[in-house]
Design a protein around this ligand. Sequence first.
Ligand code: FE2
Length: 663
Amino acid sequence: MAVYKVTVATGDMLEAGTNNSISITLVGSYGESLPPQGICPSPQKPFPPLQERSLSVHCGQDLGPIVLIRLHKWRLFLEDAWFCKDVRVTAPNGTLYRFPCYQWLEGVTTVEVREGSGRTHPILKEHRRRELATRQEAYRWKNYAQGWPRCLNVDSIFELDSNIQFSRIRANNFTGFLIFQGASHFLSGFLLRRTSWNSLDEMRTIFSRTQVPEYVAKHWQDDDFFGFQFLNGNNPIVIHRCTTLPLKFPVTPEMVAGSLGGGTDLGKELQEGRIFIVDYKVLEDIPTDTIYGRQQYIAAPLCLLHQGTDGLLRPIAIQLSQTPGPCSPIFLPSDDEWDWLLAKTWVRNADFYSHQLLTHLLRTHLFGEVFAVATLRHLPTCHPLFKLLMPHFHFTLHINTLARSVLINPGGLIDKGSGVTYEGLLLVVQRGLEQVTYTSLCLPDDIRHRGMSHVPNYHYRDDGMSLWEAIESFVTGIVTFYYGGDAAVSGDTELQAWVMDIFTNGFLGRTSSGVPSSLQTVAELIKFLTMVMFTCSAQHAAVNNGQYDLGAFVPNAPSSMRHPPPCEKGRAFLQHFLDTIPEVATTANILVALILLSSQLKDRRLLGQYPEEWFTEAEPRRLIRAFQGQLEEIRDRIEERNHLAELRYNYLNPLETENSISI
Ligand SMILES: [Fe+2]
């Protein structure tokens, strides 16, 4: 007779417990414990959340090393889903086996859970094959639109299984927040006013008087702040150093001489690396929409910036189209105040689209979903990279499914509240994906490629690099622990299928992107995993968390423009400006979304927090603690810098950076 001591733990979330019947079978190398032993044998003895239950399993013989457990759930009357946290089994010889589960059991079902250390055994090979076959049936790709990354094959959040849905507490928090914000804007009358704002000052009345929006309302007209936002705003990845002016942007030395200061000229500044450019060509000829029956307009501007002797970036020339000529003048800081302000506002409007559709939606949310779906399809639960990556996909499939239902769908918020039609939105993302490179997804390479290594006050770069290096160091520890060398990487067929799936369905098999379709070495694997984790955590935080801060004062990030770009100078004035930027109702619509998307919902998990203990060995757990220690040091450095700053850059503070794309 062999007696095994079994402890089963229920998760801590609301409704994790069950009153359905639960039993367990132990599977060892020499045999199984039969029949299944009851953990929660009857509705009279429910299993509440956050509790453990212990039992002894008596077997006629020693089962050998325990490699697998089976959890059986059935019901007599009402269904009551159960979230199992983990199971621990102590063998008669004192050996402890841990089985991290972290999943919902729904309906009448049997779930097999492998021992956490990932030992190999012939029984497990079949288990692994069955698990992946089940997952590939449950998580399928679909084409959302031509030329887009593929996404999960569901049409609404109600089709998502419990393991990838928002928790109940988060779902309630999200809905409550949306209703409250929508109602308050409705009651204040903003959502019903289809007229222009009466004045610039009136626009301050729509947002709460918090520090950053107030700062923006005060400084939005300053050239310094305009330049600052290309480094530390919501879209800090579009600016690059300019060494040769493009022919389509014929700025002459005379035009900018006054902006450059004495003792230098445009040629010298270009040569010495102090000229920068932003090009919104991706917006050229994008179909435009009507809002409340009125035609909207989109420009594809070019903006030239100069780094002054004080280190600050300031715009020195703006052209609002990709085609120079008499109908597309080059605007300069020396122009009339309203001409220059309107030109800068057109750039900010182009930046709104570039940020929302490409930097935010495509390059974090959609790629994050690709990584998540490929992981579910190709990496079994026992795979160390599944354990490493899954926490970084927490709630991503839910928020993206929601976005496809209410935000980017025909008639959704972007369609209604911005100047692009639904077709235009599809086209921008399609063009964006055609231009994505692996270099641009890997921060150190991206900074070098854009020539931005030495620009001062580039906090996105500095904080981002600190986080990249911390993630890379953690990933290096995990990969070297589990992979003995390059041959182990190239020979891991599950890993290779995973990378190929990402390449094929995320980047549509475009080799010119430089995105790998296979990984041959430990170094290649470390870089790829760092990119995935950075994209899903830090990069999303950098481009998501400041949306309300920087967008609450609408002239700083207008979602739409109601007059065409000016063809000549000298025609802009205050009323024309107010009649160009979004009317009150559109402002309110967009603001409700920005508040929600920048909010900190309940249940959020910060970078480096791994409440699910997928790894059971000592070394990965030590690596997690070391990673958390590094993040604390980064936090201290950022807070020390912010303490002295007039405008804090806090979007990459680990205290503000979530583990995953969840909002
Ligand atoms: Fe987001």
